[in-house]
Design a binder for this molecule. Structure first.
Ligand code: DOR
Ligand code: ZN
Length: 420
């Protein structure tokens, strides 16, 4: 008896594209080789398409519960699948915040049976609460050292020190928003240049430096914006996560609230240097930091508009368009968007190997499309990448279930919490 399903075609296996057959049974990859046993269903993807491991996005804000006018887990996870992402890790700055066992349990109960991709939740570190009890429930912990959406700032060395012992004992990763809040200014802002002035890069590097006593711990520095921070974080044995927006947009002049994000867009030189570091392989992983706000909220005057850029649906497609044009190698995308985040967070996902979850995204690299907000699925309803070229997936499977076919979403709410 052969596998339930066989996908035949060119697939990214063992670091390269190979003509192969991938056998899937009960949502897992059970066979990779020239010829799988027959008997089950078969999808022949032809010669123009390629199979990549599904994206693992280690950083999204799906706003559920409490801010579902911006996004909910349904729209967020549809958006993920339509961008080739098959698993997301959701941040804890929801309402109420996920910061102890009870609130995480409530959030899990609310999300159960509502996601179109697999997911894990972060639990927030906060003063005077031990992370131990929520450890078995979460995919990782999140520490906000700089203030941003939500009220779970913990920028206090003693509180951090107290939490670290329990975090280390749990074996889970601590993802950190590294901006030292005490170095942020609060001057009136008209545009991204003012926002950058209020949130200087020294705040980022200083926050990372303050974590040096925890050298070698499983710490992941989120949305790193400078090559200097990257080097420091790596020297401390931390993993690093970079967003696409910090590599392709600078603070510019007169940039409006749609580009307002924390940490802020930097100046052109810093941005170019970050992109170069990414190209050289000095970044551990890419996270979208998908942080949707409604178009109305974003059209307020700059100073009062919320920070955050949507990106879960556009990150992999834009990177794959860069692969198509020969700007970056395929290996970099497969590593940083899938294998590395899965490895960092200990998931049985992220690469096409026997025994791994059958999370697969299939693309035709000859088919470039222009991004338009109206073809995206987030409630945000806008994108800073309007008009950019992108290669969207043609087919997406989550644990062997076809969630997107012929470029159209067709999924069911079969997504599961990776922690159970
Ligand atoms: O710009 C941001 N928006 N940065 C964050 O750290 C949080 C996020 C949000 O939740 O809106
Ligand atoms: Zn974030």
């Amino acid at each position: 008896m052969g596998p339930d399903l066989v996908i035949a075609g060119r697939a990214f296996v063992g670091g390269e594209l190979k003509d192969t057959e991938i056998g899937i049974t009960d949502g897992k990859i059970v066979f990779i080789g020239p010829k799988a046993d027959r008997g089950g269903d078969r999808i022949d993807i032809g010669t123009s398409r390629i199979v990549l491991p599904g994206g693992v996005d280690p950083h999204v804000h799906f706003r559920d519960p409490g801010m579902t006018q911006k996004e909910d887990f349904g729209t967020g996870s549809i958006s993920a699948v339509c961008g080739g992402v098959t698993c997301v890790l959701d941040m804890p700055n929801t309402k109420p915040p996920a910061l102890d066992a009870d609130s995480v349990r409530d959030k899990k109960a609310r999300l159960r049976g509502r996601s179109y991709c697999d997911y894990g939740l972060f639990g927030a570190i906060s003063k005077n609460r031990s992370p131990s009890k929520m450890a078995p429930l979460v995919a990782g912990f999140k520490l906000f050292m700089g203030s941003t959406t939500g009220e779970i700032l913990t920028n206090d060395d003693t509180a951090i020190y107290k939490a670290m012992k329990d975090i280390e004992a749990s074996g889970k990763v601590l993802s950190v928003h590294a901006e030292d809040d005490s170095l942020l200014l609060h001057e009136y802002e008209r545009d991204c240049t003012d926002h950058l002035r209020n949130r200087p890069a020294t705040a980022e590097v200083n926050a990372i430096r303050r974590l040096s006593p925890y050298k070698g711990m499983k710490i992941n520095i989120c949305h790193v914006t400078t090559s200097e921070s990257l080097a420091l974080a790596s020297s401390l044995g931390f993993t690093t996560e970079v967003t696409l927006h910090h590599m392709v947009f600078d603070a510019g002049t007169g940039r409006g609230a749609k580009f307002k994000v924390n940490p802020p867009l930097r100046d052109r030189k810093t941005m170019e240097s970050l992109y170069r570091s990414f190209g050289e392989g000095s970044v551990t992983m890419i996270g979208s930091d998908h942080a949707p706000h409604t178009a109305d909220e974003k059209s307020q005057e700059f100073d009062s508009a919320p920070s955050g850029i949507p990106g879960v649906e556009t990150t992999m497609p834009i990177l794959l368009n860069m692969v198509r044009s020969g700007t970056i190698p395929m290996q970099l995308v497969a590593e940083m968007c899938s294998a590395a985040p899965a490895r960092a967070f200990g998931m049985n996902k992220g690469s096409i190997e026997v025994g791994k979850d059958a999370d697969l995204s299939i693309f035709d690299l000859r088919k470039t499309e222009q991004i338009g907000a109206s073809r995206l699925h987030s409630k945000a309803g806008y994108t800073p990448y309007e008009g950019w070229g992108a290669v969207f997936p043609n087919m997406v499977l989550v644990r062997g279930e076809v969630q997107l076919q012929d470029g159209e979403f067709c999924g069911e709410t079969m997504g599961e919490d990776i922690i159970g």
